[in-house]
Write a protein that binds this ligand. Structure first.
Ligand code: NAP
Ligand code: GDD
Length: 341
């Protein structure tokens, strides 16, 4: 049994949020179990710093599974009897969801139902967190809060709306302690490389190092409310510690365009992005979400949550991290060359 006597199960543990959440829970003495997909190459890079050999009685244990496989999810949840389930696994890329809408609905939408059914069928007493998204608000004008009607603009957004309502339904129908965190965009040095912030911060590092000449992007005018991922996973944990299950918007309350992100990111290394960025319409979406800006006053009032990192600091820390990463990679390559010669 863990130090705290508590056991958590995280789907999507190999993703940006899953890795930060696993660190947070381990630091609080939880035994942490995570769902990973079998892949032909390692997909647990973000967990490297916390993973230990299972033979060492480690508090982090990974299990193979997939959100499309309801039977194995039910077996796993029944065997683990977790006190808390954080359901973060999803096909999470909005642009890609237009290319693979059926798969996105299967994993991002029905994946949530499969976990909830696993809880119900196994009779496990657990608290459940659903990774809902500001993308569900879509075309609804800002500021968006818990009472704003949804108007999704992508297969991903529509799948998340289903997942949101099925979570509410299991709370109302079966009394499951099930909560929705409606999280606005949150970023970090661990952000996937094809999301716009990380695409930019990586490009700045590579352009500065002379390894890349151009950065091709899509719509530069969209506005997003960008926060810092470690702040946001803390809010997930806080939601599951409440006496009553409820839904919360988590956001910084500020929105900025992609252009503003570019200004700060290229400005960090003394470059002007206009010299490097070109618009490629293939990154446009068939329908876009123009403006997301969240009102997280309920989370502040009830959970006592507020963001610790603001936009300029976020951009700076992402660019600095990618510059450092590139320097380490280049040094590693040089060390490798030295060893061979
Ligand atoms: P992410 O980095 O893309 O991670 C997604 C995770 O889901 C990965 O661990 C991935 O595994 C896993 N996954 C994907 N398909 C799966 C499947 N079929 N079966 C099992 N696991 C699967 O996403 P994130 O940024 O950490 O976001 C976490 C959650 O919050 C997602 O549900 C996302 O939609 C939602 N969300 C994110 C944001 C944001 O701004 N980051 C905002 C609102 C909501 P692999 O590593 O094997 O690909
Ligand atoms: N990815 C990407 N790539 N986006 C671009 C690009 C580009 O080359 N150029 C412009 N953009 C614009 C997109 O059109 C969008 O308006 C904005 O940048 C942000 O795109 P993403 O970083 O891909 O994030 P997202 O807002 O679509 O989705 C993220 O946030 C959601 C919460 O609102 C994802 O993390 C979702 O999983 C999450 O739910």
């Amino acid at each position: 049994m863990s130090e705290s006597g508590r056991r958590a199960f995280i789907t999507g543990i190999s993703g940006q949020d899953g890795s930060y959440l696993a660190e947070l829970l381990l630091a609080r003495g939880y035994e942490v179990h995570g769902l990973i997909r079998r892949a032909s190459t390692f997909n647990t890079r973000r967990l490297d710093s916390i993973y230990r050999d299972p033979h060492e009685n480690a508090p982090l244990i990974l299990h193979y599974g997939d959100l499309s496989d309801g039977v194995s999810l039910t077996n796993l949840i029944r065997d683990l009897q977790p006190h808390e389930i954080y359901h973060l696994g999803a096909q999470s890329h909005v642009r890609v969801s237009f290319d693979i809408p059926d798969y996105t609905a299967q994993t991002t939408g029905l994946g949530t139902l499969r976990i909830l059914e696993a809880i119900r069928a196994s009779g496990v007493q657990t608290r459940f967190y659903q990774a809902s998204s500001s993308e569900m608000f879509g075309a609804a004008p800002p500021p968006q809060n818990e009472r704003t009607p949804f108007h999704p603009r992508s297969p991903y957004g529509a799948a998340k709306v289903f997942a949101y309502w099925i979570t509410v339904n299991f709370r109302e129908a079966y009394g499951v302690f099930a909560v929705n965190g409606l999280l606005f965009n949150h970023e970090s040095p661990r952000r996937g490389e094809t999301f716009v912030t990380r695409k930019i911060s990586r490009a700045v590092a590579r352009i500065q190092a002379g390894l890349q000449d151009k950065l091709y992007l899509g719509n530069l005018d969209a506005l997003r409310d960008w926060g810092y991922a470690p702040d946001f996973v803390l809010a997930m944990w806080m939601m599951l510690q409440q006496p009553k299950a409820d839904d919360f918007v988590i956001a910084t309350g500020e929105s900025h365009t992609i252009r503003e992100f570019l200004d700060l990111a290229f400005g960090r290394v003394g470059l002007d992005w206009h010299d490097y960025v070109e618009v490629d319409p293939r990154y446009y979406r068939p329908s876009e979400v123009d403006h997301l800006r969240g009102d997280a006053s309920k989370a502040q009032r009830v959970l006592g949550w507020q963001p610790s990192v603001r936009f300029p600091e976020l951009v700076a820390l992402m660019v600095d991290a990618d510059i450092q990463l590139l320097e380490d990679e280049l040094a590693g390559r040089l060390v490798g060359v030295d060893r061979e010669s």
